[in-house]
Write a protein that binds this ligand. Structure first.
Ligand SMILES: [Zn+2]
Ligand SMILES: [Zn+2]
Length: 154
C-alpha cells in the first residue's frame, strides 16, 4: 500500500515520488540487486545471505549536505524472527547523493497511520523517516516546491 504526491514549482518543474510498498515487487528488487544496480557490495551481500527477505519502500531521498533530492528506495534485508511478519533488520542499502556523494536521508512524506501503520511490528525494520520532509528547492530556479494532491494505491 502506498501514496504519491506531486511537488511542483511555479516554473513548471515537478517531481512525483511514490511512498511505500506495492509499486515494485520483491522479485524485481532482487533482480536489480543481482544485476548490481545498488553496487557490488550488495550484490555480494545477497550472494552470501540468500535466505534473508528483501523489503522495499518507495521514498524521497534528500541529501542533508547539499540539498539535492530524488526519488528512490529504502531497501532492507530482514530476517523473519517470528511468524506473522515479525522481522529483524539485518542491513539496509545506503543511497549516495548523485551530486556530492554524502549519504542521503530517506523520507516518507506521510503521517497517515492508515497508509503507513506505525505500530505494525514490520515498521520497526524501516530506516526511512516518517514525515518532517525538508524544504525542497527547485533544481531549475531555486524556488520552494509546493506539495499537490495525493494518489493512493493498494
Ligand atoms: Zn549531496
Ligand atoms: Zn522552478
Amino acid at each position: 500500500m502506498g501514496i504519491g504526491f506531486t511537488y511542483k514549482c511555479q516554473c513548471g518543474y515537478s517531481i512525483e515520488p511514490h511512498y511505500g510498498g506495492g509499486f515494485f515487487s520483491e522479485s524485481y528488487v532482487e533482480e536489480e540487486i543481482k544485476k548490481g544496480k545498488f553496487g557490488s557490495k550488495w550484490k555480494e551481500f545477497r550472494r552470501e545471505h540468500p535466505d534473508l527477505k528483501i523489503q522495499e519502500d518507495g521514498v524521497l531521498c534528500f541529501c542533508p549536505s547539499c540539498g539535492f533530492f530524488k526519488k528512490g528506495f529504502d531497501i532492507r534485508f530482514v530476517k523473519e524472527i517470528e511468524k506473522w511478519e515479525k522481522y529483524e533488520l539485518i542491513a539496509s542499502v545506503e543511497v549516495p547523493c548523485d551530486k556530492c556523494g554524502a549519504e542521503m536521508d530517506l523520507y516518507l512524506d506521510c503521517e497517515d497511520e492508515y497508509v503507513f501503520p506505525a505500530y505494525h511490528p514490520d515498521w520497526q525494520t524501516r530506516r526511512c523517516k516518517l514525515g518532517g520532509i525538508p524544504r525542497l528547492r527547485c533544481p531549475e530556479c531555486g524556488r520552494t516546491l509546493k506539495r499537490g494532491g495525493a494518489i493512493h494505491w493498494d
